[in-house]
Each structure stands twice: as C-alpha cells, then as structure tokens.
Design a protein around this ligand. Structure first.
Ligand code: SF4
Length: 209
C-alpha cells in the first residue's frame, strides 16, 4: 500500500453526515449490502440500476451501505452481502477486495471482468513492459513532440503483472457472468439471498458474452 501523507485524507475517512436516528435505526434493521467496482467499466453497476422497480422492492429489505456510485472503498461495519464488479489489476484492488472479503458474509463476483478478468485481462497476453510501451510511448494518440513518459508516482497504485479474476485472490461465494449480466439475473441472485432461499440462477438468465 502506498504511504499515506500527513495532510491526506481518503474518501472512506471523511466524516459521514449523521442521519436522523429513526432513519438510521430503520436502515440498521435491514440486510446490509456493500458494492464496489475494481478494474471494470461500471457497466455492471449500471445493470444493477437497470433493475428499475425491482430495485425499490429490494430496498424494502436491504440497505446499500456502500455503493459503487460513491466509490468509497471501505465498509463501516460488517455486511451480509458484498457485490464486486471488475477484475484485479493493481495492488489497491487487492487491498479493497481483501477488505470486502473480511467484512462480508457472502461475496458475489459480478460480470465478466470479476468472473474471469474480462476486457482488462486482454493485457495478459503481452508483458507489462510492452503494455506500457504501447500505451504511453508508441501510442497513436500521443501528442507529437511531447516528452513521452510512463507515469510513476508513489501514490499511483502498483499495477499487477496480470489481471486476475476475483476468485484467484479471495474466496468467492457466487458468480454472475455476463458483460454486463442482465439486471434480472442480478435481481434473482440478490432476491434469493435476502429471502433466505438457495441461490438458483437459471441457465436461461446467464450470459457469457
Ligand atoms: Fe464493464 Fe463488462 Fe466488465 Fe461489467 S463485465 S465491468 S460491463 S466490461
């Protein structure tokens, strides 16, 4: 992990706005769900929002403690369900994923990037050195005559040599494939879990594209 400077504050360390105690108590009684995006495009999070009115039904039973929309990467208290989009492409992704595993009873790998690496894992077929060379030195979009530099700073998370699916880093309990998965598939898995049913995602709802 990069060293934190004295005058820095991370998003998860910012003081939260206090809620009305009754509202807070009502939220605390519900099933706690936390979401995060690692190396992905946030398309799976949009698919989550595509649940439309099903989302309202779900929110009767769950509180979303952390959502990918705020991108706050630490959970304030233990959660029943963690929903993770994106693959593992740098050291900060590893820390965030391990934190979610430690603080969620059930962890769900959502989308092709999380399940097998997806689009970011296309870089796995070349060396990291060649990848940087292509992205920053030989790039067709580089500004002519500008000094070509591979970015480096102690605050930039170190990139892993490969992009890994989540289950190669921590234990994952459920997988929802697809790029992105259908909103109905996400709803089915979450609804089964919050209803205390065995998760039963029909093959017809799975996507492998
Ligand atoms: Fe985006 Fe597809 Fe990866 Fe989801 S699986 S984060 S939609 S690229």
């Amino acid at each position: 992990m990069t060293q934190q400077h004295k005058n820095e504050i991370r998003s998860h360390e910012l003081p939260a706005t206090s809620l009305d105690p009754k509202l807070q108590a009502a939220r605390d009684e519900k099933i706690q769900v936390a979401m995060i995006g690692l190396c992905g495009c946030w398309g799976c999070t949009l698919s989550f929002l595509d649940m439309d009115e099903n989302l309202l039904a779900l929110l009767e039973k769950v509180t979303i403690t952390r959502s990918s929309l705020t991108d706050i990467k630490r959970i304030p208290h233990r959660c029943a369900i963690g929903f993770v989009e994106g693959g593992v492409a740098n050291e900060e992704n590893i820390e965030t994923l391990e934190h979610f595993r430690e603080n969620c009873d059930i962890l769900i790998s959502v989308g092709a990037c999380a399940v097998w690496g997806g689009v970011p894992a296309m870089r796995n077929v070349v060396s990291l050195e060649d990848c940087f060379q292509e992205a920053y030195i030989d790039s067709a979009t580089a500004i002519p005559d500008a000094k070509k530099t591979i970015p480096f700073h102690e605050d930039i998370p170190k990139i892993t040599t490969k992009v890994y699916p989540l289950h190669e880093v921590v234990k994952i309990d459920y997988f929802i494939p697809g790029c992105p998965p259908d909103a109905d598939a996400i709803f089915k898995v979450l609804d089964d879990l919050v209803s205390g049913h065995e998760v039963n995602l029909p093959t017809s709802m799975n996507r492998y594209d």
